[in-house]
Design a protein. Structure first.
Length: 405
């Protein structure tokens, strides 16, 4: 169910980019106005990561995850009803509020259902599915728009999430007792699968804000997401205007890096769990994260430095696949360091990441506009990935941020 959700999450997130030219023409939006539409989602998505993660930890993931998926699916459908800039801004902002809960709540579910030695693998599959959703989006949305138009396409896409939310709520239950190796305790499963001992909230944020590891993991993810959001936002434009790809070539040129990312997530999930079991968390989490980010920075640098269409396609595909080797390790760290507060900590980490993505989108455009050079921002992203690698090397995955009550 979480794998399916990962695909739905990115399908609903990226569909508006694929339909962008049709929406802009139909609603009479300028490129600058369209930029605000994209930013409205990133803003609410980033701001609501922590509250949504905390809600899942506090009230249980059965009801909260069903509600947030239902929420964003309805606003996916409402996108087809937009009549202009104002309504589209409100709809995308509200859509982002719902999607903000997907990753933190999925992490909370994984922390309850999977052994400590398997959480990286589980995270790898969920994140790989999200990348597959991104790769499939142009192949799903473009034919659907040709068949029923962009408005009806959003109605149909919204219906998919509604079905998922209903099935999840009717089917999901928390483990009747703790899964061996999860180091968490649960009462018998009930309708709301609430933990017998709810996570404490008193002094939680005081502890987090005074924990150096909390700030390091957030900063690490800020600089990582500075690179990953390039692929979610500017990548198609860069390939077309910066390296001369034709529109007919863009579908596969955009899809292949997402497929590489999917492979990276699955491989990273297996590697982090296998190496953690054999050599300990410092190797399984820390070494993989640091090495993947450093190598991906080199690939990003080479993509900017070497001219030509094929070279940039190869190096950016490698970059996306290699730096996402670390993604399961990063999200598994939230479980290692936070235990029953994994949803809250992962929400904070992803908030920092979305702030990085927001900054990437703005700075990329400003650098291109001021210099007329599409390669220059790639050097900036390579530097950010190196900083992320350094910060990952400072994390101690064996030391919990918050002691269990």
């Amino acid at each position: 169910m979480l794998v399916i959700l990962g695909m739905v999450t990115f399908l609903d997130r990226i569909n508006i980019s694929v339909a962008g030219s049709s929406i802009m023409a139909d609603l009479g939006l300028s490129p600058s106005e369209w930029g605000w539409v994209q930013s409205a989602f990133i803003l609410s998505y980033g701001l609501m990561q922590i509250p949504m993660g905390a809600l899942g930890d506090r009230f249980g993931h059965r009801s909260i995850l069903a509600l947030i998926v239902l929420w964003w699916s309805l606003f996916t459908a409402f996108t087809g009803m937009a009549g202009g800039l104002a309504s589209l801004l409100v709809i995308r902002f509200m859509f982002g509020i719902g999607e903000a809960g997907s990753s933190p709540c999925s992490t909370g579910v994984i922390g309850r259902w999977f052994k400590k030695t398997e959480v990286g693998k589980a995270q790898g599959y969920v994140w790989a599915a999200s990348r597959m959703g991104g790769a499939l989006t142009p192949f799903v949305v473009i034919p659907m728009m040709a068949w029923v138009g962009w408005r009806s396409a959003f109605y149909l896409l919204g219906a998919v999430g509604v079905v998922w939310a209903v099935v999840w709520y009717l089917w999901y239950r928390n483990p009747a007792k703790a899964v061996a190796g999860t180091e968490t305790q649960f009462a018998d499963a009930s309708a709301e699968e609430r933990p017998a001992q709810k996570p404490r909230t008193a002094g939680l944020w005081h502890t987090l804000l005074h924990a150096p590891q909390f700030w390091i993991i957030c900063a690490m993810y800020f600089f990582y997401a500075f690179g990953s959001w390039f692929f979610f936002s500017w990548f198609p434009t860069f390939m077309e205007l910066g390296r001369g790809f034709e529109k007919s070539e863009l579908t596969y040129a955009v899809a292949v890096p997402f497929v590489m990312s999917m492979i990276g997530n699955i491989s990273g999930g297996y590697l982090t769990d296998k190496l953690s079991a054999k050599y300990g968390l410092k190797v399984g989490r820390k070494a993989i994260g640091t090495a993947s980010l450093a190598v991906s920075a080199v690939c990003m640098f080479l993509a900017a430095f070497i001219p030509g269409k094929m070279a940039v396609f190869i190096f950016l595909s490698l970059c996306f696949g290699i730096f996402d080797l670390m993604l399961p390790s990063a999200w598994a760290l939230c479980i290692d360091l936070g235990r029953q507060y994994a949803g809250t900590i992962s929400g904070a980490m992803n908030t920092a990441g979305n702030l990085g993505g927001f900054c990437c989108g703005i700075l990329f455009g400003q650098l291109v506009q001021s210099s007329g050079n599409y390669n220059l921002p790639l050097y900036m992203i390579a530097a950010m990935l190196l900083v992320s690698a350094f910060l990952f090397s400072l994390i101690n995955p064996t030391k919990q941020i918050i002691d269990a009550p």
